[in-house]
Write a new protein. Sequence first.
Length: 211
Amino acid sequence: MPSLFVIQGRDQGRRFELRERVLGIGRDPSNRIRLGDTEVSRRHAELHRCEDGYHWHDLGSSNGSFVNTVRVEQQPLRSGDRIQVGSTLMIYTDSLAAAPVELQKDVDIVGPPSGELLGSQIVQVVSQDEGSELLSAGEQEDSASGWLARARRNLQIMYRTSLAVSHTMDIDQLLQRIMELIFEWVSADRGCIMLVDRETDEWVPKVRRDR
């Protein structure tokens, strides 16, 4: 189910499932996605469902609409896109086409040598809403501790990246999207993702990007 998840702003933590063909966004009660942000126009924008997913349409709002920090009037959305209206920041996820495919046959996860114990383990799985609340909680307390604030920001990056790519079905698109997100969140000059070729057992560059 496609959705908008508010990660910053007055409505932080809210998740809006996108079911209708056209959805209004703004402060007016008539909007399907009603936001309490006073910097958002009463009828700020609309989402239009198309064959390739939802498209964002700004309705001439006072403060504009931004997708991945770029001001837009009309913009097709991709899973992981960050949308800012006023002081509200949302992440768009798209599972309209199909459920995620199993990528295990394409990607190997390298584990520790035999006999060694793992340094960490999953003890509980939380929902998207709970995950956002955990990562956003205590940000004011973290301001006094530089390393703790940096660690929390790193966790936020990891969480939002996993949320963004969770519905990407093609391995090449997945790697490309991961690289795009890395460059959005990290001040890197260049990056490269490499995978092991099963036939030659050699590392092969799959995605490369320069800023």
